[in-house]
Design a protein around this ligand. Structure first.
Ligand code: ADP
Length: 626
């Protein structure tokens, strides 16, 4: 019976968008609505049990927490009821009328931009409660929070269009009951056998009893789910399909995971872990606010999710469960921060995952390539963050290189070392904005000529990576755009005769050019690295370099101002025609300098001045020609 008059509310815009999506369903398997409702019901029981640890009054002695699923064939309704924590009116408005999760909003915003991926994306994203509208044209939710003592419940109802109504009614049952009226096209779900199958398929591992009425009875309930969580069972008794089903309830991903890693650890501390690596990186992999993917259980009781304390940040794509036997049940986030057992679990889990990645990279290179394509950028962060596992991580790295023509990062440092030239001492790399920019950089010329491999690093994280990894296997990592290059050992046969040729003394020209450029450069010098281009810019060894300077600027960070060195190619015709008293020396000097900037992807501070200089020089040439 209503206690107050009915109120009508509008859904938040985002909810409306989501409902619209649901109703014009992108989901092909509508049956997941039941998984979502049962999962919410189970969370509600978990939360009540957790809060009752500190507030004993919330549960009566002998109170069995459970979930009931029932069916009314005549009305074509399905009811899911739990006696969990329940919701207050404010909770209902906050949880059911709005979308609280920032990730959800972000997801919705990203939808319109890449339509084709929508179907896939929505699968990996929990639509939760709203999935009822996949099958229902009317939904009623009655709920009472465990701490409400006035005998009143809240009734929420909606047909999934723009609005919902709220009423306070007399009903003293703790927890939440959701009744949905099936749409005509979803009548297939008005079948108790079908419902049983769905529960067995998706919700078997739920630790609370999920009860349904016994066939042909009206008050005899029987348990449908087995309830032994999958991670607590021996590995050889769990089928691939069971892992996959569990993974999909955990991650909302309909695709099978790429990696499944199930372990039981005994010894000082006892715990089980079940980890998955999704086949596709989540859309919010680079979102720092995103929820972490590990759920912590203590003796099969759910404690917390988002446990960043259980997995390093660079493995944030790993989903799964840690179930520890020896932790207290009232674990809080603060407790996790400073607990030695948790630290040990984290460190052992990290090693397990890295070892498995190494195994895949050794034995299943195609699969490893998939993994790297999805997660490589994030794994690279590990080199910077995790000095303990740096050696293991370096083995996992893959790069583009001048010796692998595809645009896939598929060269390991070991591959590189194996291919090094006889006397080559260093591992050469170039950092740039893009593959194209890297491959066409003038800095590569001398390496290409001598067939020396150069790693092409184009992810923003690469700059940090190389600065945290000065060497590999006793060989220094060396930027081709920095410092002096000692390539004499490369200049064998044909270069010998060049060096014997009398080289003109360019020191006057160089000092003149340096004067003209003033503060813009640290130095002008003769290049060792150019064969085709007339000039390029390089950085001193200890300077940050142009690429990192650009990245920092794009991130809105102050970067230390660095002055490049202008290197000129003494063999190039444009340089050879110059002399200290050349009439157009100033124009030539600036054009060479600015072209060098352009060729490494920088923008010119004064593009119009550059154009005018080039035109003056072109004018001279055409006057001469004409
Ligand atoms: P999610 O469960 O992923 O947070 P949902 O849309 O499924 O998203 O649910 C939104 C919120 O509504 C939940 O986080 C929870 O606070 C609340 N809720 C949903 N179902 C229940 C329930 N059966 N009992 C208590 N609270 C619930």
């Amino acid at each position: 019976m209503p206690v107050e008059s009915k109120e009508t509310h509008n859904f938040e815009t985002e909810v409306q968008q989501l409902l619209h999506l649901m109703i014009h369903s992108l989901y092909s398997n509508k049956e997941i609505f039941l998984r979502e409702l049962i999962s919410n019901a189970s969370d509600a029981c978990d939360r009540l049990r957790f809060e009752a640890l500190t507030d004993k009054g919330l549960i009566d002695e002998g109170d069995q927490l459970s979930i009931e699923v029932s069916l009314n064939d005549k009305d074509k309704t399905i009811t899911v009821r739990d006696n969990g924590i329940g919701m207050s009116k404010e909770d209902v408005i906050a949880n059911i009328g709005t979308i609280a999760r920032s990730g959800t909003k972000q997801f919705l915003n990203s939808l319109s931009q890449k339509k084709t991926e929508d179907t896939q994306l929505i699968g990996q994203f929990g639509v939760g409660f709203y999935s009822v509208f996949l099958v229902a044209d009317h939904v009623e939710l009655i709920t009472k929070h465990a701490s409400t003592n006035n005998g009143h419940s809240i009734r929420w109802s909606s047909d999934g269009s723009g609005e919902y109504t709220l009423e306070t009614i007399e009903d003293d049952r703790r927890g939440t009951q959701i009744t949905l009226r099936l749409k005509n096209e979803a009548n297939e779900f008005a079948d108790s056998l079908r419902i049983r199958n769905i529960i067995e398929r998706y919700s078997d591992h739920i630790s609370f009893p999920i009860n349904m009425l016994k066939k042909d009875t009206e008050d005899e309930w029987e348990r449908v789910n087995k309830g032994a969580p999958i991670w607590a069972r021996p590995r050889n008794e769990v089928s691939e399909d069971e892992y996959k089903q569990f993974y999909s309830t955990l991650s909302y991903d309909s695709e099978a995971p790429l990696v499944t890693l199930h372990n039981r650890v005994e010894g000082n501390i006892e715990y089980s872990t079940l980890f998955f690596i999704p086949a596709k990186a989540p859309f919010d992999l680079f979102d720092r606010e995103r929820r972490h993917g590990i759920n912590l259980y203590v003796r099969r009781i759910f404690i917390l999710d988002d446990s960043k304390h259980l997995m390093p940040n660079y493995l944030r794509f790993v989903r799964g469960v840690v179930d520890a036997s020896d932790l207290p049940l009232n674990v809080s986030r603060e407790f996790l921060q400073s607990n030695r057992d948790i630290d040990r679990i984290k460190s052992a889990s990290t090693k397990k995952i890295l070892t498995e990645l190494q195994r895949i990279s050794d034995k299943e290179s195609d699969k490893y390539q998939n993994l790297w394509n999805e997660y490589g950028q994030v794994i690279k962060e590990g080199i910077v963050e995790d000095s303990d596992n740096k050696t293991a991580l370096t083995k996992l790295l893959r790069f583009n290189s001048t010796h692998s023509p595809s645009d896939t990062q598929n060269v390991s440092l070991d591959d590189y070392v194996k291919r090094m030239a006889m006397k080559q001492k260093e591992i050469f790399f170039i950092t740039a904005d893009s593959q194209n920019m890297a491959r066409t950089s003038p800095h590569l010329e001398v390496f290409q000529k001598n067939n020396i491999e150069v790693l092409l690093l184009t992810d923003p994280v690469d700059e940090w990576l190389v600065s945290s990894m000065p060497e590999y296997d006793g060989k220094m990592l060396k930027s081709v755009a920095k410092g002096g290059l000692d390539l004499d050992y490369l200049n064998t046969q044909d270069n010998d005769k060049d060096s014997k040729q009398d080289k003109p003394d360019l020191s006057d020209l160089i000092s003149r050019m340096q004067e003209l450029l003033g503060e813009r450069v640290k130095e002008v010098k003769i290049s060792q690295r150019l064969t085709d281009s007339p000039a390029c810019l390089v950085a001193d060894d200890q300077d940050i370099g142009a690429n990192l300077e650009r990245i920092l600027q794009q991130m809105g960070q102050q970067s230390p101002k660095f002055m490049p060195i202008l290197e000129i190619n003494a063999e190039h015709p444009l340089v050879r025609q110059l002399s200290p008293d050349h009439e157009q020396l100033e124009n030539w000097t600036f054009v060479l300098f600015e072209q060098a900037m352009l060729s490494e992807g920088a923008s010119l501070p004064e593009p119009a001045a550059y154009v005018s200089r080039v035109n003056q020089l072109l004018g001279k040439i055409s006057l001469l020609g004409g």
